[in-house]
Write a new protein. Structure first.
Lengths: 71, 409
């Protein structure tokens, strides 16, 4: 199924590479203090694109929130 | 088993032994490749490289060494950098240094990259061409990394000389006496077993002292002041990282630029395609990087018994990811042996196999190649091959020592 989904970053796994911010700068932002990725409030991605971003995170820190209200 | 050799450095004088890699990739399971007194598992398929790279708990970077040969424990410990670490050490170090290499930080260096690139391209055009390695591919990344680090331009040649000696250490062996550059450390304790590492360490330490005394707007200042919740790089971590940056930030992008120049000279239709549609620059950059595969392999070591591609691997076995082979896997790349700037789906592993050791300088490398292509397209020139490239005898870096290219209008 397609549709918009929310994403979450595992703050213990993220190592601040920035691949997510490079791919989706509107959704992910590296924090200036700790350098770790945060998801913008309420941001969503199309499920297929979300899966791609999850796949391309080198630290395997991103996942789709499966009970996304809009997904 | 048939004998296939992909490890002997002198093989690479004729280019990557792709026939051997293809035979290994097409062999069911994994191939055990003899090396020294034992051997390694040769991982050549894209999917298998990915699995190794994304399972760092099983396929460790901290055991043995990330190059083919083992290091003794004390040697490994003293030279340990980001590359030879697993979580949680890797996580901590990577977070500290990632902060200075974010996409945002990289964008801030674009003017510097363009200034240096413009100067070098103008020089190459003015002479009608010459040695693409010496005049362009080598100085571009080293001058960029020097500018970003805060090292003066006049030291660039010295640092290129030092990193060239490090690459020798992966091939036929060092041409330097052990006491070169005033080195007194046993070379087995130095990165690449090279006394040039001693010189790089000394240079790094001088820079550290300078910036501790007087901060500047540069990367060394950023590194010596990087602080996450009170945690900082130690002096040893910093010098190993400086050494890594100067090597990886120089040899790898240099190699990508060399093979990119050669590919465009040999395949003018691809250059015409890019000139006709500058919108292809992004995909051309990725294709240059896939085509070049500057780092040919990285090694992991099994931390426990496991299974990969249906093959049983014992704890302690060497598992070697051959990125150069994965980047030609027909399961993933349509016509993998074709250089194609329009290739849109290009999940190459030239920056690593998709795991946490993903190249720290990936965004910088891509920007350098992008700016170079833009500046060359903007001048309406094309490259022409004048001689066969003189390749390096290394199974680690896809190196070229010289490449004569001409410039045509």
């Amino acid at each position: 199924m397609s549709g918009a989904v929310h994403l979450t970053v595992d703050l213990d796994r993220c190592i601040g590479i920035g691949q997510c911010e490079m791919l989706e700068p509107e959704v992910f932002r590296l924090d200036d203090e700790d350098g770790i990725s945060r998801v913008a409030d309420g941001a969503t991605l199309d499920r297929a694109r979300a899966a791609e971003v999850v796949e391309r995170c080198p630290s395997m820190a991103i996942s789709i929130v499966e009970d996304s209200p809009s997904g | 088993m048939t004998t296939i050799d992909i490890a002997t450095p002198s093989l690479y004088l004729d280019g990557i032994p792709h026939e051997g890699f293809t035979r290994i990739r097409e062999t069911e399971g994994l191939v055990w490749h003899p090396y020294g007194e034992s051997g390694f598992w040769a991982v050549t398929r894209h999917a298998d490289v990915r699995e190794v790279s994304r399972n760092p708990e099983v396929f460790s970077s901290a055991i043995g060494h990330t190059n083919l040969w083992d290091l003794e424990a004390d040697a490994l410990e003293i030279r340990r950098s980001l590359i030879d670490s697993d979580a949680p050490d890797h996580t901590r170090l990577r977070r500290l240094v990632s902060k200075v290499f974010t996409p945002k930080a990289t964008r801030g260096w674009e003017d510097t990259v363009r200034r240096i690139t413009t100067e070098l391209v103008d020089g190459f055009v003015a002479t009608g061409g010459g040695d693409w390695v010496e005049m362009l591919a080598a100085p571009l990344p080293i001058r960029v990394i020097m500018a970003i680090l805060g090292v003066p331009d006049e030291d660039a040649r010295y640092l290129v000389e030092l990193t060239d000696h490090l690459v020798e250490g992966t091939g036929a062996g060092s041409s330097l006496p052990d006491d070169a550059y005033g080195n007194t450390t046993p070379t087995r304790l130095l990165p690449f077993n090279s006394p040039a590492s001693h010189a790089l360490y000394e240079y790094a330490e001088r820079m550290r002292q300078l910036r501790l005394a007087e901060p500047a707007d540069d990367l060394v200042t950023g590194l010596v002041r990087a602080d996450i919740g009170g945690d900082r790089l130690s002096a040893a971590e910093y010098r190993n990282f400086f050494q890594l940056l100067v090597f990886a930030g120089n040899e790898t992008t240099r190699t990508a630029i060399i093979h990119g120049g050669l590919a465009f000279a040999q395949q003018p239709d691809q250059w015409d395609a890019l000139r006709g549609d500058p919108g292809l620059t992004g995909s051309a950059v990725e294709e240059v990087i896939r085509w070049a595969s500057p780092i040919l392999h990285m090694r992991r070591t099994a931390s426990r018994d496991t299974v990969l591609a249906g093959t049983a691997i014992a704890a302690g076995d060497k598992v070697v990811m051959w990125y150069a082979a994965a980047n030609r896997d027909p399961e993933v790349f349509d016509e993998p042996f074709r250089f194609d700037v329009t290739r849109s789906d290009n999940p190459h592993f030239a920056f690593g196999g998709g795991g946490p050791h993903f190249c720290l300088g990936a965004f910088l490398a891509k920007m350098e190649i992008q700016v170079l292509l833009e500046e060359m397209v903007g001048r309406g020139i094309r490259l022409e091959q004048r001689a066969e490239p003189v390749r390096l005898a290394s199974n680690f870096v896809h190196g070229v020592e010289s490449l004569q290219l001409g410039v045509m209008a």
